[in-house]
Every structure is written in structure tokens, then in C-alpha cells.
Design a protein around this ligand. Structure first.
Ligand code: BTN
Length: 260
């Protein structure tokens, strides 16, 4: 069942598609590009995903009532700054968590390029997918936030690595997707405007501030699963890449991959 609503708390021009159930909100936007392309920007949000997708072909746990599962679709004119899209999506999640539940700055961190950690555990994940539709670049920022999980809701070793807003805030009440989505939309579109305005330095400054907890620490990193690279995290480069200092002292910049 699909319902299109225009809720007053969202940025005025955002088309909202609320779904009861779908495979993945990213897939939904890709499948329905022809229908949504004249209504951009659009938000597809879903109560339950049956095949939620994470980065590197992982699945994203998407049970009803536990998390927020949303994908924002928009055209990006500033395509030279595409590397910054994961970063600003991460900032939007961080600002949303601060505003929705008063989570302190010092408890939140961005693990390059776009995992959001809270007290060292993962609270949100972002899957960016870009589709080139010349002359346009259609971007999908798929965001999953753990809202109401208890430790036992996470299967296997995820329980040691993941957390939720409810656990962190120590709240009795459940967080409601309808309250969190408008915040996310507001922050994301503010950052997108800055990106389109070329405020690159401010974006990199913010990325380095949110990644500060990793600065000068040894990390393991891979570009393709299984091929480990070790080094010292030296921050985020001015064009959005990860700066890694090798054990021999040379510096390299990476534009894709994951810190483990
Ligand atoms: C990751 O950390 O691996 C990224 C997780 C991204 C999950 C979100 S939930 C909404 C959107 N739809 C999906 O299938 N994935 C993203």
C-alpha cells in the first residue's frame, strides 16, 4: 500500500512516499525512477523492509517498529563534489540524533565514509547509490537508523557492535519514525544546499571534527573485502578521501572502502 502525503514538518518541496512494506527503499526509488523523476526531491520511507541492503552486499536488518528506513532521491548538479555526499549524509544523521534525543557531540562519531557511531557502536548506516541519467545525476541516499532496538534484537555478533537511540538515550518511550524523518530531511537538504554552493571547506572541516576520535590511531581498512591495509588514520582529505599513513611513513588517499 502506498500513500503520498505532504506533511507540514518536511521541507516544502519534498515529495513523501510512505510505504507499509517494501524490499528496500533504495530499490523502490530505482525501480520507480520514471514516476518520481519529475517530482524530485523525494523521500521513500518504509515501516518494514523485506530485503534491506547495506554496503558491500550486506543485508540491513529492517524489522517493523525498530528502525527508520528512508531513501532520499534528488538530482545533484555539483557532481564534482560527489565524494562529499556520504559525508554530508552522515552529518545529517548526527545532527538528527542530537536534535531528536539530545545525544551529546562527544558521544557521536563519523567513521569514514558514512557510518555513524555512538559511544563506539554503530547506530546508523548509509547506502549511497548514484544513477547517471545524462544530463542529470540522480542520487539516492538510503539511511537506516536504529531507533528502538534492545541488545537482544541484534542477531549474533551484531549485538556487540550495534546500538540504538533508545538504548543510548535510556528512554522509556519508543522513537517514532514520523518525528525523526522530518529532522533528517531538514538537515540533509541544508547540507545539500551548502554542497551545491561549493562550501567544500566547511564540509571537510565538519567531517574531520566528527572523525576526530580516530585521528592518529591505527586502523585496518579494505577497498575490497579480504584485502586488508593497515595504517594510521590521518583525517579526511580536502576532496573527501581517507588519508592513511602507512607503517613505513608514506601517505595514501583512498576514495572507496571501509574502515574495519
Ligand atoms: C550500511 O551501513 O551498510 C548501510 C545501511 C543502509 C541501510 C538503509 S535502510 C534504507 C535504505 N534501504 C536499503 O535497502 N538500505 C538503506
Amino acid at each position: 500500500m502506498q500513500m503520498i502525503v505532504n506533511e507540514k514538518y518536511y521541507p516544502g518541496n519534498l515529495e513523501i512516499i510512505k510505504l507499509e512494506e517494501c524490499d528496500s527503499t533504495n530499490n523502490y526509488l530505482k525501480r520507480n525512477y520514471e514516476q518520481v523523476k519529475d517530482k524530485l526531491p523525494v523521500l521513500a520511507t518504509c515501516a518494514l523492509q523485506t530485503a534491506g541492503r547495506g554496503r558491500e552486499q550486506r543485508t540491513w536488518l529492517s524489522s517493523r517498529g525498530k528502525g527508520l528506513y528512508s531513501s532520499f532521491g534528488f538530482n545533484l548538479a555539483a557532481r564534482q563534489y560527489l565524494n562529499m555526499l556520504p559525508l554530508i549524509s552522515g552529518f545529517s544523521v548526527i545532527e538528527t540524533l542530537q536534535t531528536a534525543a539530545g545525544i551529546r557531540d562527544m558521544d557521536l562519531g563519523l567513521k569514514w565514509p558514512n557510518d555513524v557511531l555512538c559511544r563506539g557502536e554503530k547506530i546508523a548506516g548509509i547506502l549511497i547509490e548514484n544513477i547517471i541519467m545524462e544530463p542529470q545525476l540522480f542520487c539516492i541516499a538510503g539511511i537506516g537508523i536504529n531507533l528502538n532496538h534492545a541488545k537482544e534484537d541484534f542477531p549474533g555478533d551484531l549485538a556487540e557492535k550495534a546500538t540504538s537511540l533508545k538504548m543510548i538515550a535510556g528512554s522509556d518511550r519508543d522513537y517514532v519514525v514520523e518525528e525523526v524523518n522530518p529532522l533528517l530531511a531538514r538537515f540533509l537538504f541544508q547540507w545539500l544546499e551548502r554542497l551545491e554552493n561549493g562550501e567544500k571547506e566547511e564540509i571537510i572541516r565538519t567531517a574531520n571534527r566528527y572523525s576526530h576520535f580516530l585521528m592518529d590511531t591505527p586502523i585496518s581498512f579494505h577497498q575490497t573485502p579480504g584485502k586488508l591495509i593497515s595504517g594510521i588514520f590521518k583525517g579526511i582529505h580536502q576532496d573527501g578521501g581517507l588519508i592513511l599513513e602507512s607503517n613505513e611513513g608514506s601517505t595514501a588517499i583512498y576514495y572507496s572502502g571501509e574502515i574495519l
